[in-house]
Every structure is written in structure tokens, then in C-alpha cells.
Design a protein around this ligand. Structure first.
Ligand code: NDP
Length: 264
């Protein structure tokens, strides 16, 4: 580290599990960029004070925001990029030259880019999205731009799924969006089925849906990164379905982040 080194942060609570500081610090090194990323463990009650202080540190460029800060940090930004505005959540922030705080959310675009990057297609496909939490809202927001044929939203808390439908329809009136509770739906006819719930993080979790009910030629996608191959994907693979790993959603965000900070 030098006097010229730029600092990026990774904000989380809890923090022990985060991988971004290792990933980005080694990326910076590989790309010959004079920067490091440090973990920042912060309780939500101190958010505003800390952001105001970071604003004063001129070599502090920005940070990635994870659970539970994504929504609260979005409220403290001076400007939100469109995806952050749609989701009312940020997963990256930066200070511009005037030290204004700019928020963005790459989760949804990360999913889409990662999916397309694996040579799958979204155009004219019937998509079924499980979940209506932060990640699902981001994915729903980005799917709207992909000329999909239809979107089925399935969630335990039905109100959250309807809220997401309303947001999507505010963005695109023509996209057909249907909402179902997680105990009463059909998977037949869906080309792409995405698990955007947190089910699968623990091996003891129930499966988010019954893969045997999906069409044989459907693609089963998970956004859980750890474990890399969730029980859902293992089961889908054993049934001969095409599968898509959660890691691609985060990996494809690297390009988007480089663009946001104009560093690669
Ligand atoms: P949220 O807490 O905002 O949402 C959780 C979602 O999971 C909700 O839809 C919730 O349903 C559902 N859920 C949780 N428990 C159950 C259950 N027992 N039965 C049925 N549904 C359940 O989390 P996020 O949306 O932020 O994140 C979801 C997951 O996505 C996380 O595990 C995270 O690791 C992963 N993720 C992966 C990323 C990647 O780059 N690959 C990026 C961001 C997140 P309900 O609304 O009814 O409570």
C-alpha cells in the first residue's frame, strides 16, 4: 500500500462471511490498480454518521453495500441510478468529484448478464421468479428490459409479490405478470425458473419448489452462491434439467462495477 492508494469499502453486519474485500483487492492487484477494499463492520444506527465521515476522506472512493444496509443507504444517497431507484436499494455507492453520494444496484443486471453470458436466452421466454425480497425485486426490474414473454411471481408473502408486480407494471405495461402464493402455483410452461429466495443457504432448508413439476426443457437458476451447487440445483441436475449457478450473478457484476467507478 502506498500514500496514493485508493480505498474502497465493503459494508455489512455481520461481516465475517463477506468475500468482496479479498476478491476486489486481488482484482485491483491483477489489473495494476493502486487500490484496496476493506471490510467495514457497522451497526445500522451509525450509518449516517459514518457515511458523512467517509465523505470527508478524499481517497475513499466508494463501497459495496450488503445486508442489512442496502435500503437504508439508498435513503442517504444524493442521487440514485435508475435500478437503485426502482429497487429502493443500493449494492454499490460512490463519491463523485464533488463528494456527492451516488447509489446503484447491479444485482438484477448482474443476474441478466450472467445468465446471457452462459449462452441462455431470455427473449420470448416464460419466466417464473420465486421470491419478492431485495434480490428478486432487482431481478424483476432487469427482466423487464429483456423482451421476456411473461413473468410469474411466486412468494410466501403475497403482498410483497403484488408490490413487485405493481413496480414492474409501472415500468412496462405490456409485460404480462401473474402473482401466486408459494403453496398454489404451476410450473408447467415456464421456460426459466429462478430461485431468488434465501432458501438453499442452509442445507437443512426445504427446496423452494418441486423441480419434478417443471418442464423437462426448462432452465433452473439459483442465485444462492454458497453452497455453489445448492440442493435445488443438485436435484434439477439429477433430473436432467439445465442449471444455472448463483455465482454468475456476482461475477458478472465486476464489469458493471468497473464501469461505475470508471476504473476498468
Ligand atoms: P430478502 O431477505 O430480502 O428476501 C428473502 C426472500 O426469501 C423473500 O422472498 C422471502 O419470502 C423468501 N424466504 C425466506 N425464507 C423463506 C421460507 N422459509 N419459505 C419461503 N420463502 C422464504 O433477501 P435478498 O432478496 O436480499 O436475498 C435472497 C438471497 O439471494 C440471499 O440468500 C442472498 O445470499 C442471495 N443473493 C445472491 C446474490 C448473487 O449475486 N448471487 C446477490 C444478492 C443476494 P417472504 O417475502 O415471504 O419473507
Amino acid at each position: 500500500m502506498l500514500g496514493t492508494t485508493k480505498i474502497y469499502g465493503c459494508l455489512a453486519d455481520p461481516i465475517d462471511h463477506v468475500k468482496a474485500p479479498t476478491l476486489f483487492t486481488s482484482l485491483f492487484k491483477n489489473k495494476n490498480i493502486d487500490a484496496v477494499m476493506i471490510p467495514i463492520h457497522l451497526n445500522k444506527d451509525n450509518l449516517e454518521n459514518v457515511l458523512n465521515s467517509l465523505k470527508l476522506i478524499e481517497n475513499f472512493k466508494g463501497m459495496t453495500i450488503t445486508i442489512p444496509h442496502k435500503t437504508n443507504v439508498s435513503k442517504l444517497c444524493n442521487y440514485l441510478e435508475p435500478d437503485a431507484k426502482f429497487t429502493s436499494a443500493v449494492n454499490w455507492i460512490k463519491f463523485d468529484n464533488e463528494r456527492n453520494l451516488i447509489g446503484n444496484n447491479f444485482d438484477g443486471q448482474g443476474f441478466v448478464n450472467g445468465f446471457l453470458g452462459q449462452k441462455y436466452s431470455l427473449e420470448n421466454k416464460s419466466v417464473c421468479l420465486f421470491g419478492a425480497g431485495g434480490a428478486a425485486v432487482s431481478i424483476g426490474c432487469s427482466l423487464v428490459n429483456e423482451q421476456i414473454k411473461s413473468l410469474k411471481l411466486i412468494n410466501r408473502d403475497l403482498k410483497k409479490a403484488f408490490d413487485l408486480k405493481n413496480k414492474i407494471n409501472a415500468k412496462s405495461k405490456s409485460l404480462q405478470v401473474e402473482v401466486y402464493p408459494d403453496n398454489d402455483y404451476t410450473l408447467a410452461g415456464s421456460d426459466i425458473i429462478i430461485n431468488a429466495t434465501s432458501l438453499g443457504l442452509k442445507t437443512s432448508d426445504k427446496l423452494p419448489f418441486d423441480v419434478t413439476k417443471s418442464s423437462k426443457n426448462s432452465v433452473i437458476a439459483d442465485i444462492i452462491m454458497q453452497p455453489e451447487e445448492t440442493e435445488l440445483l443438485k436435484h434439477a441436475k439429477s433430473l436432467g434439467r439445465c442449471i444455472h449457478y448463483g455465482k454468475y450473478m456476482i461475477e458478472s457484476q465486476i464489469d458493471l462495477v468497473g464501469n461505475f467507478f470508471k476504473i476498468w
